[in-house]
Design a protein around this ligand. Structure first.
Ligand code: UT7
Length: 330
C-alpha cells in the first residue's frame, strides 16, 4: 500500500511587518475598516531582491528537518506560486540549484490560491503509483510587488502579503494519510482576480503606458470573489467529506486558505464547525495566496493542534476561479 503522509512542515515569513497603520499613510484607508472587513492587522513584505524561491529556502530547511530528511532524499520538487521569481525558468528550478538538490524534477504550478492543494494532489498521485517516496511541496508568494499602494488599488492592496510554507509528502505503509483531493476551476471568472501584465499576447509584453494604467498590478473584484468563495468553500469541503463517508462532525481541524476572516467565519457557520475546528492566522500575515495553507499547517503543528488519526481538511478558493479540497487522516 502506498499511502501519502505529510512527514514534515516548515514556514518562513519576511521580517518586514506592514501594519494597517502603515497602509493608512499610503492610501485612504483605516485600521478599523481593514480589521472589520478582513480581520487583517498586519502582513509581511519582502525586501527588494527576494523572490518566492528565496522565501522558500528557510521554509524548506525547516520542513526537511521536521521530516528527518536531507535534500538528497527528495525526488521531486513541486512549487506552487502565482508570483514566480521570473517568467522563465520556474521558481522550483531556482530552489533546486540554490539548495543543492539532485538533478530531480522541478515543477512549478500556477493555480493561485489553490496552488498548494493542487500540488498536494500531484504529490499524492506520484506517491500512490510508487514512483516517488519523498516529494517537496512548496507554496510561496511575493504579492507585495504586485500591489498598487495608492487609492486606486486600496481594496486589493490591504489583503495580500508575502510568505512561504513547505511540506514533505512521503510514502507510508500505514493506514493513514491523504484520503482524497478534489480540484475545480471556472475560467469564466478570470478577470475577477487577475494580474494581466506582463503578457505574451502583447508586443512588447509590457510598456510604460500599460504600467501607467496600472495593468501590471493584481486586480480583484472583491465582491464577486467573496460571493463565489462563500459558496464554493463549503461545496468542495462537503464533496471531499462525502467521498470518504465523513461529515463535518468528523473534522478535527479545517485549514482553509486564509482569504478573509469574514469568508472563513461564514464557511465555519455554514458547516456548523466549532471555532476551535477552524484554523486562522490571517490577522498576522494577510492573504499569502498559495502559501497560506502550508504556513497555517506548519503553525498548527507547532501549536499541537493536530494529533495522530485526526481528520484534517484543507480547502481553497481563488483566482481562476479555482477551488479545491484535500481530506487527510493524519
Ligand atoms: O485569495 C483570493 C480570494 N480573495 C478574497 O477572498 C477576497 C474577497 N473579497 C473581500 O475580502 C472583500 O470584498 C474586500 C475586503 C476586498 C472588500 O470588502 P467589501 O465589504 O466587499 O467592500 P466593498 O468593495 O463593497 O467596498 C465598500 C466600501 C466602498 O465604498 P462605497 O462605494 O461604499 O462608498 C469602497 O470604495 O469601502 C470602500 N473601500 C475601502 N475603504 C477603506 C474599498 N477599499 C477600501 C479600503 N479602505 N482599503
Amino acid at each position: 500500500m502506498n499511502n501519502a503522509i505529510i512527514s514534515g512542515t516548515g514556514f518562513h515569513l519576511p521580517e518586514n511587518v506592514v501594519t494597517n497603520f502603515d497602509l493608512e499613510k499610503l492610501m485612504d484607508t483605516t485600521d478599523e475598516w481593514i480589521q472589520e472587513r478582513t480581520g487583517i492587522i498586519e502582513r509581511r513584505y519582502v525586501k527588494d531582491g527576494v523572490g518566492p524561491a528565496g522565501l522558500a529556502i528557510p521554509a524548506t530547511e525547516m520542513a526537511l528537518k521536521d521530516a528527518g530528511l536531507t535534500v538528497s532524499d527528495i525526488e521531486l520538487i513541486i512549487f506552487a506560486t502565482s508570483t514566480p521569481d521570473y517568467y522563465a525558468p520556474g521558481s522550483a528550478c531556482i530552489l533546486q540549484h540554490e539548495m543543492g538538490f539532485k538533478n530531480i524534477g522541478a515543477l512549478d504550478i500556477r493555480v493561485q490560491c489553490s496552488g498548494f492543494v493542487y500540488g498536494l494532489s500531484i504529490a499524492h498521485q506520484y506517491i500512490k503509483t510508487g514512483m516517488y517516496k519523498h516529494i517537496l511541496l512548496i507554496g510561496a508568494e511575493v504579492q507585495s510587488t504586485a500591489m498598487d499602494l495608492t487609492n486606486r488599488g486600496r481594496d486589493t492592496a490591504i489583503i495580500f502579503g508575502d510568505g512561504a510554507g513547505a511540506v514533505v509528502v512521503s510514502a507510508t505503509d500505514e493506514d493513514r494519510g491523504i484520503l482524497s483531493t478534489h480540484l475545480h476551476s471556472d475560467g469564466a471568472f478570470l478577470k475577477e482576480l487577475w494580474c494581466e501584465l506582463p503578457s505574451s499576447k502583447m508586443r512588447p509584453r509590457i510598456s510604460q503606458e500599460m504600467m501607467d494604467e496600472g495593468r501590471h498590478f493584481l486586480f480583484m473584484n472583491g465582491k464577486e470573489v467573496f460571493r463565489n468563495a462563500v459558496t464554493k468553500f463549503p461545496e468542495v469541503i462537503m464533496e471531499g467529506l462525502s467521498a470518504n463517508g465523513l461529515t463535518p462532525e468528523d473534522v478535527n481541524l479545517l485549514i482553509p486558505h486564509q482569504a478573509n476572516t469574514r469568508i472563513t467565519e461564514m464557511v465555519r457557520r455554514r458547516m456548523k464547525l466549532s471555532e476551535e475546528a477552524v484554523y486562522s492566522n490571517i490577522h498576522k500575515y494577510g492573504n499569502t495566496t498559495a502559501a497560506s495553507i502550508p504556513i497555517a499547517l506548519a503553525e498548527a503543528m507547532r501549536e499541537d493542534l493536530i494529533n495522530p488519526n485526526d481528520i484534517i481538511v484543507f480547502a481553497s478558493f481563488g483566482s481562476g476561479f479555482t477551488w479545491a479540497s484535500a481530506i487527510i487522516k493524519w
